[in-house]
Design a protein around this ligand. Structure first.
Ligand code: Z16
Length: 826
C-alpha cells in the first residue's frame, strides 16, 4: 500500500454513512447539490451532460452506504471469494441498471420532472462502457450481476480500456471503425484508487542463487515496469443491500522510471516512456473468438492478472494470512485462456517471493484456479510463442516448462511407452513454431474445466481435450450459460415485466423458474391479447428509435426477424442473406404472389473485426441487398431489410424485446453456447436454429413444436466433411439456390458491379468452410414453416408465451448456482 489508512477516534469516522432520503424531495435536493457542487453549474445554465453526470452521481450516493457496508461485512466474515478474471466486461449502460437495483426509477423520474427534465433524455446521454467484444464479455457482466444479487463475495477483475469496442459506421455500405472514446464526457461510475496501485514488471532475466544449505532460489529481474491503477465500479445486487466491486486496471508509467530519465535531462524521452506504459490499457482488441497473437495483447493479459493477484494476496487478505490456506479464501475463475498467465504468476509469487517449496506451491495453485473454455474453433485456442513469452516473462516461461515436465512425467506413468500421447498432451507445442498452449496449461493446473453448454462440454471432452478427459474425467464439467433477467427482461422489456408481475407476482425477477407459472395463460385468449399488445408496443418503440437513429422507415405489421451477433463465417449471416434474396426473387419474379407472402422485416446487427476481410465483405453485401430491397416498390410492405450500425448492448435492449423471430443458425458444432438465443426466448421470440450450443437446451425446454429446427447435426457435419464437401455441387443441383446465388453474382444488388460481390460469392461456391450451402434447403423449408406459423397469430402467441414460461433455466442466477455447486465449492 502506498499510504496508511487514515485513523481517528472521531465518532463519525467509522460511519454510518448517511444515505439521501429515497423520496422525490430528497432526490431533487441531492441532484441539485451534485449539479451545483459537483458540476459547478446552475440548473438553468446546465447542459444535458451536466445533468446526466449529476443524476448519475445522485444515484451513486444511494448505493454508497451499501457498498461500504458490503465491503466491511466481507472483510469481517472472511469467507471464500470468487475472483472472476476476465479481459472483457461488456457492461452496457449503468444508470438504468442502478436505478432498477435501488428501486429508484419512479422517484428519479418524478424528481427530474420537477426540475423540468425528461429522464429518458438523460439516459440517452450515457455512452455504454463497451469493454468487451460480444458473448464472452457480456457473460462476465451477467455473472457479476447475479453474484451480487445472490450475495456471493466476488471481485471482478479486468482491464479499464481507454477505448472499448470500436464504434461502427457505414460509408458506401462498408464498415468504417471509429474510436470509442467512452470516457471523454466524464465517467461518473468509477472510483480511482491510487492508494491501491500495483507495480508490474516485464522483460529482463532470471537469477538463481544457491544458499549455504544447498537450496536454490530464483529471482526475476525485470527490465521495465508499469503501475496498475485500479478503478472500482459498483456492482449492485437487485434490491438486496449488496454492492460488490468490479476492479478494472489502468496502466500508468512509474514515477521512478520517468524521474530517472528526467534527471538525465531527456524530457521528451521521459514523456515517451509514459506513453509506452499507458499503451497497455489503451484499447480493447476487437477480435471475437479469433485472437491475433500480438505482443501488446500478452502484455495486457499479464498486466491485469499480475495486478489482480497482487491486489488480492497483498492488499485484500489480512497481512498475517497463511498462504498455505489460500484456496480457502479465493477461487480464481479463468474466463477463457486470456488470464491463464495467472497460473505461473501465482507459482512465482509463492515460490520466489513467499519462500514456498515447489510442491507446496503447486498444491495450492491447483486448488485456486478453474478454467472456462468458450470455443471449439481451433484457431481460437490461444498459443503464445516461446520466443515472445520468454522475452516478456522469462521467469514465467521457466515455471511453465517445469509444470510441463512434471505433468508429462505423470502422463508417462499413466501410459507407459506412449510417447505419441506425451507429445500430443504437452503444454509446449513444437509446430509450426515452439509455443505454449494456454488451454492445456489451464487444464493441467485448474481444479475444474467447464464448457458453456451441454453440447459444447461434450465436444470439449471428446474433440478438443480428449486425452485430458481420459486422464482426469472428474475434472470436466458443464455449466450452461445464462443471462441476467434484471437487465434483459425487467429493464429492457418493462411492458412484458409488468404483464408478468400482474399475472404471477414479482418473484420471477430473482427466481426465474417461476415463469413456469405462466404456462396455463398460454391458453387464455385475453392474456394472449395482452402479450401481443406488449410485442406491438415494443415494436413501435423500436421503429421510432430506428427512424431517429438510422433514418429507417419500417412497416409496423410485418414479422420482425432478427439476427444480431458478431459477424463471423461460422455464424452464417450469409445463409440469412441467401434466404432474403430468395424471398425477394420469389416476389419479383412472380413465383410467389404478394398475398401468399408473410410480410417480414429482417434486422441485422453485427460488427466485423477490422482485420477480418471476408466478414467486412459480408457486411457490404448485406447493406447492398438492403438498399435494393427497400427501394423496390414491388416488395414494399412485404420485405424490408434493416442494418442499423453499431450494434451494442444498448441497441440489443431495444431490439430483443421487439423481435418475433430469433436467428440462431450457426453450423452445428461451432457455436459454443450463444447467449443472445436465451435473451430472445425470454422475451417471447421463437427461435429458428440449428442443433448447436445452447439451442439444443432451449429446444428441449420449450418443446419441438415451439422451435424451428433445421440443418445438419454435428455428427452429420463431420460425416459430410469426411465424404469431401464440394459446395459447387450443391449449387449445381439445387435450382432455388442457384437462382439466388446467380442473382447476387449478377450484380443486381451492387449497381451491376459483379466484382464487388465476388469475394463472398466465390467463397461460397469454392470454399464455404461453414457449409451454408449444405444447409440452405433445410433452412428455407424451416422458414416456410415459420411463415405458415406466423400467419396464425393465436397459435404463434401461444408458442411465444410458452417460450417465456419455459426459459427460466437460462437465468445467470442458475449458472452461478451451478458454478458454486460444481466448481467453486469443490
Ligand atoms: C467470445 O465472445 C466467445 C468465445 C470465445 O472463445 C471468445 C470470445 Cl471473445 C463466445 C462464444 O462464441 C459464444 O458461443 C458463447 O456464448 C460466449 O462466448 C459466452 O460463453
Amino acid at each position: 500500500r502506498i499510504g496508511p489508512a487514515f485513523r481517528t477516534s472521531h465518532p463519525l469516522a467509522s460511519g454510518p454513512v448517511v444515505q439521501p432520503a429515497p423520496t422525490v424531495d430528497g432526490f431533487v435536493e441531492t441532484f441539485l447539490g451534485e449539479l451545483n457542487y459537483g458540476q459547478g453549474t446552475l440548473l438553468s445554465q446546465s447542459t444535458l451532460n451536466d445533468q446526466y453526470l449529476a443524476l448519475a452521481r445522485t444515484v451513486r450516493r444511494y448505493l454508497m452506504a451499501d457498498w461500504l457496508e458490503t465491503g466491511a461485512r466481507r472483510r469481517h466474515a472472511q469467507q471464500k471469494t470468487v475472483g472472476y478474471l476476465s479481459a472483457e466486461y461488456l457492461l452496457g449502460r449503468q444508470l438504468g441498471n442502478n436505478l432498477l437495483a435501488t428501486n429508484l426509477q419512479d422517484v428519479a423520474e418524478e424528481a427530474m420532472r420537477r426540475c423540468g427534465i425528461d429522464i429518458a433524455t438523460l439516459r440517452a446521454q450515457e455512452v455504454e462502457p463497451g469493454l468487451g467484444n460480444g458473448g464472452l464479455g457480456r457473460l462476465a457482466a451477467c455473472f457479476v450481476d447475479s453474484l451480487a444479487t445472490m450475495d456471493v463475495p466476488t471481485i471482478g477483475y479486468g482491464i479499464r480500456y481507454e477505448y472499448g469496442i470500436f464504434r461502427q459506421t457505414f460509408e458506401d455500405d462498408r464498415q468504417v471503425e471509429l474510436p470509442d472514446s467512452w470516457l471523454s464526457l466524464g465517467s461518473p461510475w468509477e472510483f480511482p484508487h491510487p492508494e491501491r496501485q500495483v507495480l508490474v514488471g516485464f522483460g529482463g532475466s532470471t537469477e538463481t542463487s544457491t544458499a549455504a544449505d544447498g537450496t536454490q532460489h530464483t529471482r526475476w529481474v525485470p527490465d521495465w515496469t508499469v503501475l496498475g491503477m485500479p478503478y472500482h465500479y459498483m456492482v449492485p445486487g437487485f434490491r438486496n443491500g449488496v454492492v460488490n466491486t468490479l476492479r478494472l486496471w489502468s496502466a500508468r508509467a512509474t514515477h521512478a522510471f520517468d524521474l530517472q530519465i528526467f534527471n538525465a535531462g531527456d524530457y521528451t524521452q521521459a514523456v515517451r516512456a509514459q506513453t509506452f506504459a499507458e499503451n497497455i490499457s489503451k484499447v480493447l482488441y476487437p477480435e471475437d473468438s479469433t485472437p491475433q497473437g500480438k505482443e501488446l495483447r500478452l502484455q495486457q493479459q499479464y498486466f491485469f492478472v499480475a495486478c489482480s493477484l497482487h491486489d488480492f494476496i497483498d492488499n485484500t487478505l489480512p497481512a498475517d494470512f497463511d498462504l498455505h490456506r489460500l484456496p480457502e479464501r479465493i477461487v480464481f475463475q479463468l474466463n477463457d485462456t486470456h488470464p491463464v498467465i495467472a497460473i505461473p504468476e501465482l507459482m512465482r509469487i509463492l515460490v520466489d517471493r513467499k519462500g514456498f517449496a515447489w510442491d507446496e506451491a503447486w498444491e495450492v495453485t491447483q486448488r485456486c484456479f478453474a478454467y472456462t473454455c468458450h470455443t471449439l474453433l481451433p484457431e481460437a485456442l490461444e498459443v503464445w510463442s516461446v520466443e515472445l513469452l520468454g522475452r516478456l516473462l522469462p521467469r514465467h516461461l521457466e515455471i511453465i516448462y517445469r509444470i510441463n515436465e512434471e505433468f508429462l512425467e505423470q502422463v508417462r506413468e499413466a501410459f507407459p511407452g506412449d510417447e505419441m500421447r506425451v507429445r500430443r498432451m504437452s503444454v509446449i507445442a513444437e509446430h509450426p513454431e515452439r509455443s505454449v498452449r494456454m488451454a492445456y496449461l489451464a487444464t493441467v493446473a485448474g481444479a475444474k474445466v467447464n464448457g458453456v453448454a451441454e453440447l459444447h462440454s461434450q465436444l470439449l471432452r471428446d474433440k478438443v481435450l480428449p486425452d485430458f478427459s481420459q486422464l482426469w474425467p472428474e475434472k470436466f464439467t458443464n455449466v450452461t450459460n445464462g443471462v441476467t433477467p434484471r437487465r434483459f427482461v425487467r429493464l429492457a422489456n418493462r411492458r412484458l415485466s409488468e404483464l408478468l408481475t400482474d399475472t404471477i407476482g414479482e418473484g420471477w425477477v430473482t427466481d426465474l423458474d417461476r415463469l413456469r407459472e405462466l404456462e396455463p395463460y398460454a391458453d387464455d385468449a385475453s392474456f394472449r391479447e395482452e402479450f401481443r399488445r406488449v410485442k406491438r408496443e415494443n415494436k413501435e418503440r423500436l421503429y421510432r428509435l430506428l427512424a431517429v437513429r438510422d433514418g429507417l422507415r419500417l412497416p409496423q405489421e410485418a414479422m420482425l426477424d432478427v439476427m444480431v451477433k458478431r459477424l463471423h463465417e461460422y455464424k452464417r449471416q450469409t445463409l440469412k442473406l441467401l434466404h432474403i434474396v430468395s424471398l425477394y426473387d420469389d416476389l419479383v419474379s412472380g413465383r410467389v404472389a404478394p398475398e401468399e407472402m408473410t410480410p417480414r422485416t429482417v434486422v441485422f446487427g453485427a460488427k466485423a473485426a477490422p482485420g477480418y476481410h471476408l466478414a467486412k465483405e459480408i457486411i457490404f453485401l448485406v447493406n447492398s441487398v438492403a438498399g435494393v430491397v427497400n427501394a423496390d416498390p414491388r416488395v414494399q410492405g412485404l420485405l424490408s431489410v434493416a442494418f442499423p450500425a453499431n450494434y451494442n448492448v444498448t441497441l440489443a435492449e431495444k431490439l430483443i424485446p421487439a423481435a418475433d423471430l430469433s436467428e440462431q443458425i450457426s453450423l452445428a458444432g461451432k457455436e459454443a453456447s450463444g447467449t443472445g438465443n436465451m435473451k430472445f426466448a425470454l422475451n417471447g421470440a421463437l427461435t429458428i436454429g440449428t442443433d448447436d450450443g445452447a439451442n439444443v437446451e432451449i429446444r428441449r425446454l420449450v418443446g419441438d413444436e415451439n422451435f424451428f429446427l433445421f440443418g445438419m447435426t454435428e455428427p452429420e457435419v463431420e460425416r459430410r466433411r469426411a465424404a469431401g464437401y464440394t459446395p459447387a455441387e450443391v449449387y449445381e443441383t439445387t435450382p432455388a439456390l442457384r437462382r439466388t446465388i446467380d442473382l447476387v453474382a449478377s450484380g443486381h444488388f451492387t449497381g451491376g458491379d459483379r466484382q464487388a460481390v465476388a469475394p463472398v460469392v466465390d467463397n461460397l461456391l469454392h470454399e464455404d468452410a461453414f457449409m451454408a450451402l449444405a444447409d440452405f434447403s433445410s433452412y428455407l423449408e424451416a422458414q416456410s414453416r415459420v411463415d405458415a406459423a406466423y400467419a396464425d397469430p393465436e397459435a404463434w402467441t401461444r408458442s411465444a408465451i410458452l417460450n417465456v414460461a419455459r426459459s427460466g433455466f437460462f437465468s445467470s442466477d442458475r449458472s452461478m448456482r451451478d458454478y458454486l455447486e460444481r466448481i467453486w465449492h469443490s
